[in-house]
Design a binder for this molecule. Structure first.
Ligand code: RAM
Length: 354
């Protein structure tokens, strides 16, 4: 029933330049048998031939693969007829604009986007909305004015706090730390970093911890590796590194694992258990955290379908059912939270496979 095919119709009109280095995946979910059917959740009509397109920050990111795997599968359950994935290969601020414009041209019903920059995508998203598309931000928010909903993996402050708790524990509550982030414009990264800085400055528990550097690996494996190396050269007395990005933490772990700093410099942050397992086993990393990325995709797909069907509009207090994940309520600011993070360490990492 599932198939992948190229999406020639949808890419017509894109310039050769915009097409360079891109990949388009389409999942045809079911035959289209008309446009609506009675029984939408809010008593409305469920749209049966709707298409959703996911535009992640970048395509070549293992984290993105897990999110979108969950998202495309849930798109079928939610009742979308077609689920597509398009996006840039690098996560620069304006890299998603061309893709949004193509979706507007194609008349896509729902665009789910993890924004590389909160504002750079707004003009294009505004045009998509004028053409009738519903916009769901996931993972990394747009400016709230530019979307209908933001599906947030975990409350942003909680993401920051859990990372500080882990690094503090791992360095014995004192010493110099650095943050190795993704791109400098990413909304999610900057939110988490802001909350970490605020907490470091205000919580007496952290008064002996000093944040000495913030560097950006751009969610590029090589650049992240080099930034990790550079951090240790610039700050030989560094006690620990927090990397709130799956790409950054894996690259930093790889650097530390063969360096003299292995087991000496603590490393924590947000990582995929499957990418971090060997570094936990060899003692490079003690503990890190993440949520279930597939669930982020699932809630995003269901939220998008509820918007397309008109059973929700994005107002705080509205509810929708996210498939097997159950009912979700929209919070202030048009935010839906997916679930709590899990901390992974030698005791439990083998229980997870993503
Ligand atoms: C990276 C990306 C993504 C972030 C995860 C934790 O893959 O930066 O946006 O949410 O890490």
């Amino acid at each position: 029933m599932f198939s992948t095919r190229s999406r020639a119709r949808r890419v017509t009109g894109l310039t050769a330049l915009a097409m360079a280095g891109t990949l388009t995946l389409t999942l045809t979910l079911s035959a289209c048998g008309g446009s609506t059917e009675a029984g939408g959740e809010g008593g409305g009509e469920a749209v049966t031939d709707a298409a959703i397109t996911f535009i992640p920050k970048q395509l070549n990111n293992p984290y993105t693969d897990v999110v979108l795997g969950g998202g495309q599968e849930a798109a079928e359950t939610a009742g979308f007829a077609e689920a597509n994935v398009v996006g840039p290969l690098e996560a620069s601020a304006s890299s998603q604009v061309t893709f949004i414009n193509a979706e507007t041209q194609a008349g896509t019903d729902a665009i789910a986007i993890a924004a590389n920059d909160p504002d750079a995508v707004c003009g294009a998203l505004g045009e998509a909305r004028s053409a009738g598309a519903k916009i769901v931000a996931f993972d990394s928010d747009t400016n709230p004015d530019c979307r209908d909903l933001f599906v947030n993996q975990v409350n942003s402050k909680d993401v920051a706090l859990i990372q500080l708790e882990m690094i503090s524990e791992q360095i014995g509550g004192e010493g110099k730390i650095a943050i190795l982030s993704a791109t400098a414009n990413a909304t999610n990264q900057n939110e988490w970093i802001r909350f970490m800085e605020e907490e470091l400055a205000s919580n007496p528990e952290y008064e002996n911890i000093e944040l000495v550097a913030k560097v950006y690996g751009d969610d590029d494996d090589n650049k992240s590796f080099q930034e990790a190396q550079g951090l240790l050269q610039a700050h030989p007395d560094l006690a620990g590194i927090v990397s709130p990005t799956t790409v950054g933490i894996a690259a930093t772990a790889r650097y530390l694992s063969t360096s003299e700093h292995k087991g000496e410099v603590a490393l924590t942050g947000l990582g995929l258990p499957n990418e971090m397992r060997s570094f936990v086993e060899d003692g490079t990393v003690t503990e890190f955290a993440l949520w279930d990325p597939a669930q982020l995709g699932e809630v995003t797909a269901h939220a998008a379908k509820a918007l397309v069907d008109g059973t929700i509009t994005g107002e705080a207090g509205e509810t929708f059912t996210a498939g097997e994940l159950g009912e979700r309520t929209i919070e202030d600011g048009g935010i839906v939270v997916v679930g709590p993070p899990t901390e992974f360490n030698a005791d439990n990492i083998d229980d997870y496979d993503f």
